[in-house]
Design a protein around this ligand. Structure first.
Ligand code: NAD
Ligand code: DAU
Length: 339
């Protein structure tokens, strides 16, 4: 199989590239990535050494670039990870989210129609379902939960999902969609909660917790997300949506305190800052469908995954220090000063 992985220089896409190279050495992986602030070629250093891997720098919304690549490669499967992925940035400037996340998805699917593929897979998010109240722990997102978005980011991902389902019905494009909860693990960009808190705690800097820190996220170790997508693209039913999550709900405060405890740092580093506008309260996935249909189960508990993740950041300081040296400092200043 010749598989196009878009956004493979980002957090989950890169982990997926490595998952595929390890578990399906017979397949060829082509990564198309624009290398935005979130893309990092250093992450793909080891993949570059594999003869069945090719990296192409390009924008999924650039029709000429995408069509030329499809003409050259004749892909069997397309897995679309490429996206603007950070909610706070979407609040600051929604436009690029609409361009990449919606029009980029359309461009990729138009190329799939033109050149033919066996499967187009859209990597989506549980955020398309909106949020759940804190006082109803009995409620979970199922694939039937109505789309009900809160941020420009989640609205752009939901729009893309609707477009994917429309291409399936109207053009008979063989598609699938996965909607996953919050990931964590190696190569996670330090603007997101877990790597941000690890990198700042290691530098004895304050840890900015939004609001009261009581919002709940359902954390999944990134390799478990990769194994689920791998199953869906190979064995999942065409036209279907599959939720992915591991019943690992934690409040943000619990997550931050766990990181501080494991790093032996004081809780006095925690600083409560102004809340995110429109902040979703709770995400919680019901993964029954992917479990019963495809036998998927997560392998890594939160207790084990967070230890592994912290160890990875300790062992790979160069990787994240290089990011902190760049434009990141302006970003941090913009987002967190006067908050
Ligand atoms: P990320 O921000 O770490 O990486 C995104 C990658 O896409 C980067 O390499 C970037 O350079 C690339 N990219 C951005 N715009 C592009 C464009 N126009 N053309 C080509 N490449 C482009 O994101 P992530 O956290 O790895 O998320 C990957 C996907 O998974 C996204 O679609 C996101 O919505 C979805 N998702 C993420 C999570 C999570 O917890 N991080 C959970 C569920 C779903
Ligand atoms: O649920 C899946 C989604 O998870 C993905 O679709 C998104 O791409 C991904 O970024 C993530 O979205 P969140 O907004 O949940 O992740 P983030 O790491 O930005 O924030 C997690 C929680 O931590 C959220 O409640 C906000 C809070 N937070 C975040 C940051 C960056 C803080 O309290 N302080 C912070 O500095």
């Amino acid at each position: 199989m010749n598989i196009l992985v878009t956004g493979g220089a980002g957090f989950i896409g890169a982990n997926f590239v490595y998952y595929e190279l390890k578990n399906h050495p017979e397949d060829r992986i082509v990564c198309l990535d624009k290398l935005t602030y979130a893309g990092n070629l250093q992450t793909l250093d080891d993949a570059m050494k594999c003869s069945n891997f090719r990296f192409v720098k390009g924008d999924i919304a650039d029709r000429e670039c995408v069509f030329k690549l499809f003409e050259e490669e004749h892909f069997d499967i397309v897995v679309n990870f490429a996206a603007e992925s950070h909610v706070d940035r979407s609040v600051e400037n929604p436009e690029i989210f609409l361009k990449t996340n919606i029009l980029g998805t359309q461009t990729l699917m138009d190329a799939c129609r033109e050149y033919g593929i066996v499967r187009y897979h859209q990597v989506s998010t549980d955020e398309v379902y909106g949020d759940l109240p804190l006082d109803r722990p009995d409620l979970f997102f199922t694939e039937e939960t109505p789309i009900h978005t809160s941020s420009p980011y989640s609205a752009s991902k939901a729009s893309a999902d609707l477009l994917v389902l429309a291409y399936a019905r109207t053009f008979k494009l063989p598609v699938s969609i996965t909607r996953c909860s919050n990931n964590y693990g190696p190569y996670h960009f330090p603007e997101k909660l877990i790597p941000l808190m690890i990198s700042r705690a290691l530098a004895d800097e304050s840890l900015p917790v939004y609001g009261k820190g009581e919002n709940v996220r359902d954390w999944l170790y990134v390799e478990d997300h990769c194994s689920a997508i791998d199953l869906v693209i190979r064995k999942g039913r065409v036209g279907e949506v599959y939720n992915i999550g591991g019943h690992n709900e934690r409040t943000n405060l619990e997550v931050v305190k766990t990181i501080l405890r494991l790093l032996n740092k004081p809780e006095s580093l925690i600083t409560y800052v102004t809340d995110r506008p429109g902040h979703d309260m709770r995400y919680a996935i019901d993964p029954t469908k992917i479990h019963t249909e495809l036998g998927w189960l997560p392998e890594t508990s939160f207790d084990e995954g967070i230890k592994r993740t912290i160890q990875w950041y300790l062992d790979n300081e160069d990787w994240w220090q290089n990011i902190l040296k760049g434009d990141y400092q302006n970003y941090y200043e913009r987002m967190y000063s006067n908050r």
